[in-house]
Design a protein around this ligand. Structure first.
Ligand SMILES: Cc1cc2nc3c(=O)[nH]c(=O)nc-3n(C[C@H](O)[C@H](O)[C@H](O)COP(=O)(O)OP(=O)(O)OC[C@H]3O[C@@H](n4cnc5c(N)ncnc54)[C@H](O)[C@@H]3O)c2cc1C
Length: 418
C-alpha cells in the first residue's frame, strides 16, 4: 500500500493504517529530504493542530491549560456554519468530521502522550508549544510500526492502474494508493483525468492605496466588520493597520472567503470598513450620546472607546470635520457624515501581500471526484485522497490541519476495511 506525500496527512495516515492493520506493508514516498518539513513550521513552530470549533458549533468557548480530553464538550454542527471556517469544502468536511472530529483528533494525540492546550481564541496547540513534538511522535510511530519512508522519492505521475512513476524514471505498481501530496500537487494525477479546481492563494493581507491610512501602521481595532464592495463577502474580527494596508484576523478571513473572486478581479476592488462593527442607527445614537455628554469639548478630544485617538483624528478628516469643532456645533449633517464614515469607510485594495510565511492555496482535486464517506476516488478503484491535495481550505486557527487529520483518518479506516 503506497502513500504519496509524507506531510501531515500522509504520515498520520501511515501510522493509522499500521495501528489498524499491523500486517499491511505501508510505504510513504516523499519528494523532500525529510518528511513533515511543513508541519514542523506550522503555527510559527508551535503547531496549531486543531480548534475547539466553538465558533461553528455554538458550544461554550474554552480555555484550558489542563488536558483537552478532560475538559471535552460534544459538538453539534449547525448546517452551513462550517463554511465560516471552511470557505471551500464545508459540506464535505461536515461528513468527514462526523467520522473523526476535533475531539477524536485531540483524544488521539493525548492518548499518544501529547498534552494539549486550548487558547482563549479556541486554537489547540501542544502544551510544549513545539511543533517538533508532533513531528517526532509521528516519525517514532512510523518507525516502530515498520512504515517504509522513502525520502527523495518525487512522484511524477500516477497512472489509473495505480502505477506510480518517479522523476528518476523508475516506477512501482501499488494495490492501493493514498495521495497526500499537498496543495498544488494535483498535476501528478493528470493521467487519472480527475477534475481539478484551479489553485489560487487564500489567506493573505490587502495592500491599500491610502497614504493617510498607512500612517496609522501598528493600530489595532479589536472588532470591525469588513466587506468587499459589490459582493456578499464579509468578515468580522480584529483589524491591524500595517505599512502596506490592512492585516489581522478579519482581513485574513475575508481574503479566504473571497479568494477566487479576488483572484478573478486581479486583487483590485473596494474594501468597506465598519470601524465599530455596528449599524448606522446605533452609531448615530452613540455619537449623539457623546455630543450630549460633552457639548463644549472638541471633537478630537472625545471619541468612541473602541478607537484610538490617532485613528479618530483620521476618521474626522475623512468625514470633513474640523478637529477643533465642538460637539455642540457638529450639526445633523456632520453627525450623519461621521456615522457614514464609521460604518462604511471605503478604501481601494490594489493588491495582496503574504501573511507571514504562511502560504495557503485553495484549489486541488474537485470534491465531486471523492466519496466523503470513504475518501475513495469515485472513478479509480484503490485510489484515495487526503489533505490539502483536495479542494478544501480553511481560515487560520487549526482548521487546515484538522482537515488533514480527519481526511487521513477516514482514508486509513476505509482502506483497512476493504
Ligand atoms: C508556514 C505555514 C504555517 C501553517 N500553520 C498552520 C497551523 O498552525 N495550523 C493549521 O491548521 N494549518 C497550518 N498551515 C497549513 C497546513 O500546514 C496544511 O494545511 C497541512 O500541512 C496540509 O497537510 P498535507 O499533508 O495535506 O500537505 P503537506 O503538509 O504540504 O504535505 C505534502 C507532502 O507531500 C510532498 N509531496 C508533494 N509533491 C510530491 C510528489 N510529487 N512526490 C512525493 N511527495 C510529494 C511534500 O514534499 C510534502 O511533504 C500552515 C501552512 C504554512 C505554509
Amino acid at each position: 500500500m503506497a502513500i504519496i506525500g509524507g506531510g501531515a496527512a500522509g504520515c498520520f495516515c501511515a501510522v493509522l493504517i499500521k495501528q489498524m492493520r499491523p500486517d499491511y506493508n505501508v510505504t510513504v514516498y516523499e519528494a523532500a529530504a525529510k518528511p513533515m518539513a511543513k508541519l514542523a513550521v506550522t503555527g510559527g513552530g508551535r503547531c496549531n493542530l486543531s480548534n475547539s470549533f466553538a465558533c461553528v458549533t455554538g458550544g461554550d468557548e474554552r480555555t484550558s491549560t489542563v488536558p483537552y480530553v478532560e475538559n471535552m464538550f460534544v459538538p453539534a454542527y449547525r448546517a452551513g456554519d462550517l463554511s465560516l471556517v471552511y470557505p471551500r469544502g464545508a459540506r464535505f468536511m461536515k461528513k468527514v468530521l462526523s467520522h473523526f472530529d476535533q475531539n477524536d483528533c485531540c483524544s488521539w494525540f493525548e492518548k499518544e502522550g501529547v498534552r494539549l492546550v486550548v487558547q482563549p481564541d479556541q486554537c489547540v496547540f501542544p502544551a510544549s508549544q513545539d511543533a517538533m513534538q508532533i513531528v517526532h511522535l509521528l516519525e517514532r510511530l512510523m518507525r516502530q510500526s515498520g512504515v517504509d519512508v522513502r525520502c527523495g522519492a518525487k512522484v511524477s505521475a500516477l497512472e489509473p492502474d495505480l502505477t506510480i512513476r518517479f522523476r528518476d524514471g523508475s516506477s512501482v505498481q501499488a494495490d492501493s494508493v493514498v495521495v497526500c501530496s499537498g496543495g498544488a500537487s494535483a498535476r501528478i494525477l493528470e493521467p487519472c483525468r480527475l477534475k481539478t479546481e484551479a489553485s489560487v492563494p487564500s489567506l493573505f493581507t490587502f495592500k491599500i492605496d491610502d497614504a493617510a491610512l498607512r500612517e496609522l501602521m501598528g493600530t489595532v481595532v479589536e472588532s470591525v466588520n469588513l466587506s468587499l464592495a459589490g459582493t456578499k463577502f464579509k468578515s468580522s474580527g480584529t483589524l491591524l493597520l500595517t505599512d502596506w494596508g490592512v492585516s489581522g484576523p478579519a482581513t485574513l478571513k475575508l481574503s479566504s472567503y473571497g479568494a477566487r473572486w479576488l483572484a478573478g478581479n486581479q486583487y483590485r476592488c473596494e474594501l468597506i470598513i465598519n470601524w465599530l462593527a455596528s449599524n448606522e442607527r446605533s452609531t448615530l445614537s452613540e455619537l449623539s450620546n457623546l455630543a450630549k455628554a460633552n457639548p463644549q469639548k472638541q471633537l478630537s478630544s472625545i471619541h468612541p472607546s473602541a478607537l484610538t485617538e490617532r485613528l479618530w483624528r483620521h476618521l474626522l478628516r475623512r468625514a470633513a470635520l474640523r478637529e477643533d469643532c465642538r460637539w455642540a456645533e457638529i450639526g445633523s449633517k456632520g453627525m450623519a457624515r461621521l456615522a457614514g464614515v464609521l460604518c462604511s469607510d471605503i478604501y481601494s485594495i490594489i493588491g495582496r501581500a503574504r501573511f507571514k510565511e504562511e502560504f495557503v492555496t485553495c484549489g486541488g482535486v474537485a470534491l465531486s471526484e471523492v466519496d466523503p464517506s470513504t475518501m475513495a476516488c469515485r472513478i479509480i478503484p484503490g485510489l484515495y485522497l487526503a489533505g490539502e491535495v483536495l479542494d478544501i481550505d480553511a481560515i487560520t486557527g487549526g482548521f487546515n490541519l484538522q482537515a488533514a487529520w480527519s481526511t487521513a483518518h477516514l482514508a486509513a479506516t476505509s482502506l483497512c476495511q476493504e
